[in-house]
Design a protein around this ligand. Structure first.
Ligand SMILES: Cc1cc2nc3c(=O)[nH]c(=O)nc-3n(C[C@H](O)[C@H](O)[C@H](O)COP(=O)(O)OP(=O)(O)OC[C@H]3O[C@@H](n4cnc5c(N)ncnc54)[C@H](O)[C@@H]3O)c2cc1C
Ligand code: SF4
Length: 482
């Protein structure tokens, strides 16, 4: 038996049950296929894990969730085997549970706050969230009712609202507005909706069929999704207002890749992570020539960066057939911004971590990448980001044989749309200046949220911004007050 204090400082006795591990594919096997790495809880696993929750009177976990899901209640419903009700409970606050259950950094959010985490492992909240969402998808497909969640019953009749960009911020804002009865049109530049969820995060972490099901759910709420609409080029904001849209939410993300500015970045075989992942995920280049888009697979690949984008690129390169994949990061592993789980998975699959190393030049032969020159680094005092500053060690340069280099050092806002909006205030990095509580911008009737406001962040923060903006748009359209 173990004794813990719940959120109300009362002692609760529970049998100590270890955190239920996530079943996953064997690292040797999965490193060469694109199937999902984590295969998901069984009902038995979910019930066991749910039984670990202390049902605190004052649940700290909820405070750690950016969209404040009623975590304690949805877990209780699982332990009562009320799986559909549990999903409904989650959907009150989160319209994309199957996605969040897979990609949210729970270890830094709800699970970080879970009371059990003080002396033991926290409840696996994300895995339980994923379980109830997947279970419902399975139930619906067994019924052969793929996208009729609401049976076309939900009809929107209120004012027209436009959402630009269909990533998690735009999809959440659209769903929340549709729930309130607004007629929402989502305009997406690419040929598929979903933003980074479809073009960035690979299949083996987030199957595209799962994203599609969440999008189908949205469609069943009477949301109109229009693809191949590069806004700012095809239509401007003025065109939308003239067409009767009463408010506009901009959620165009951070899709413009950064490069290091070192010699050799123009060589053939150098990719931005954004292009590399888009080719593989969205355009299915791994199936070339059956699919039209090619990709340079590479025998020896170097990925530069230490975030989720770098891990995804390295693990994709391995699955595309590279014999050796290096991950080059200028700080130490402790400073890596990627989720711990992703770092662990990458290591298990055989990615060679070159930490405390920084590229100084990409060396070519006949116009193609041939070698990567690196310099070794050491850590100095913390910089503005709070992380210890990497300092080059003089004379420590050396070269690695590589034929593909992927730059995954960050991405920023694309000015294609924002540059066409007169009076729209941007910050010094080119992100839209918007009120963090409402998403209001400097232009009346125009709201913004997600990565286009915050810079590259997380799925759940983008969703939180979409939710807040939907509430503010509703308020604006009801009161007319700006
Ligand atoms: C490879 C990768 C892995 C990641 N892994 C994780 C993870 O594991 N966990 C996590 O929480 N976060 C992760 N992130 C970050 C997360 O995906 C983003 O923070 C989140 O998607 C931002 O959502 P958004 O809606 O603001 O923008 P996005 O998802 O970027 O969506 C913006 C959409 O707007 C569209 N658009 C852009 N310009 C226009 C235009 N002019 N007209 C019409 N449409 C336009 C784009 O095509 C895109 O579809 C990852 C990011 C990447 C790139
Ligand atoms: S998940 Fe953790 S913090 Fe939340 S109610 Fe259960 S035990 Fe308490």
């Amino acid at each position: 038996m173990m004794s813990a204090k719940d959120g109300n400082n009362k002692k609760v006795k529970k049998e100590k049950i270890p955190r239920t591990p996530m079943p996953q594919q064997d690292p040797q096997v999965r490193a060469r296929n694109f199937e999902e790495v984590a295969t998901g809880y069984s009902e038995e696993d979910a019930l066991r894990e749910a039984s670990r929750c202390l049902q605190c009177r004052n649940p700290r976990c909820v405070k750690g969730c950016p969209v404040e899901i009623d975590i304690k209640d949805f877990i209780k419903l699982i332990s009562e085997k009320k799986f559909e009700e549990s999903l409904e409970k989650i959907r009150e606050k989160n319209t994309l549970p199957a996605i969040c259950g897979r990609v949210c950094p729970q270890e830094d959010q709800c699970e970080k706050e879970c009371i059990l985490g003080i002396k033991d492992d926290p409840v696996a909240i994300g895995r339980l969230e994923r379980y109830v969402a997947d279970r419902e998808f399975k139930r619906l497909s067994d019924l052969d009712k793929e996208c009729v969640y609401l049976d076309g019953k939900h009809k929107c009749t209120r004012e027209k609202v436009a959402v630009i960009g269909s990533g998690p911020a735009g999809l959440t804002c659209a769903a929340e507005l549709a729930k309130k009865g607004y007629r929402v049109t989502v305009f997406e530049a690419l040929h598929k909706s979903g933003g980074v969820l479809v073009y960035g995060i690979p299949e083996f972490r987030l199957p595209k069929a799962i994203v599609q099901k969440e999008i189908d759910y949205l469609r069943s709420m009477d949301v109109d999704l229009r693809v191949n609409m590069v806004m700012g080029k095809i239509l401007t904001l003025d065109d939308l207002f003239q067409d009767g849209y009463k408010a506009i939410f901009i959620s165009t993300g951070a899709g413009l890749p950064y490069f290091m500015g070192i010699p050799g970045e123009n060589l053939n075989g150098v990719y931005s992570a954004n292009e590399y992942l888009t080719r593989s995920n969205l355009m299915k280049a791994y199936k070339f020539p059956q699919c039209d888009t090619p990709i340079m697979k590479g025998e020896k690949v170097a990925v530069v960066g230490g975030g989720n984008v770098a891990m995804d690129s390295a693990r994709t390169a391995l699955r595309l057939g590279a014999k050796k994949v290096y991950l080059v990061y200028r700080r130490s592993e402790a400073e890596m911004p990627a989720r711990n789980e992703e770092i662990e998975h990458a290591r298990e699959e055989g990615i060679d971590f070159k930490v405390l190393n920084n590229p100084v030049e990409i060396i070519g032969r006949d116009g193609w990448v041939d070698r990567l020159k690196l310099i070794k680094m050491e850590l100095g005092e913390p910089d503005d980001s709070g992380r210890r500053r990497p300092i080059p060690i003089k004379g420590s340069e050396y070269e690695l044989d590589v034929d593909v280099v992927i730059m995954a050092i960050g991405q920023g806002p694309n000015p294609l749309l924002t540059s066409t909006i007169p009076g729209l205030k941007l910050n010094s990095r080119g992100n839209i200046a918007a009120d963090p509580e409402t998403g209001k911008t400097s232009v009346r009737g125009v709201f913004a949220g997600g990565d286009i406001v915050t810079g590259a962040a997380t799925v759940i923060l983008a969703m939180g911004a979409g939710r807040k903006a939907a509430a503010a748009i509703d308020d604006y359209l009801r009161t007319g007050k700006w």
